[in-house]
Write a protein that binds this ligand. Structure first.
Ligand SMILES: [Zn+2]
Length: 111
């Protein structure tokens, strides 16, 4: 277990992570499982959550995140499907893929 300092946040490698997750973010603290310590896409994804926490504030982020999840559940999606539809997760996925060059890189029209 160790701690690294990134640009504007701290990464705690080997800290407590919810079951089934590779990592998670609480404000400016990113916690990842040890085997994901060098996973650039995950680290970029969590860095985007740091930006979201900062942009929306603690109450704003939690309200936005939980409302996105509850909306999915109320629409009848199971936990995993509702999680994948949380706007904060979708945004973090897109921005982390763009930042790392893995996946979406700009215009969908390449021709
Ligand atoms: Zn996420």
């Amino acid at each position: 277990m160790w701690v690294e300092r990134a640009d504007d946040h701290v990464i705690w490698v080997g800290g407590p992570v919810p079951p089934g997750a590779a990592g998670w973010t609480l404000g400016s603290l990113v916690i990842v499982r040890r085997r994901f310590a060098s996973h650039q896409l995950l680290l970029a994804h969590e860095a985007e959550h740091v930006r979201q926490w900062r942009e929306k504030g603690v109450v704003g982020f939690l309200a936005w995140y939980l409302a996105g999840y509850l909306r999915g559940r109320l629409l009848g999606y199971n936990h995993g499907a509702a999680y994948r539809r949380i706007p904060a997760e979708i945004q973090a996925d897109w921005r982390s893929r763009r930042a790392t060059g893995m996946g979406a890189t700009g215009s969908p029209c390449s021709g």
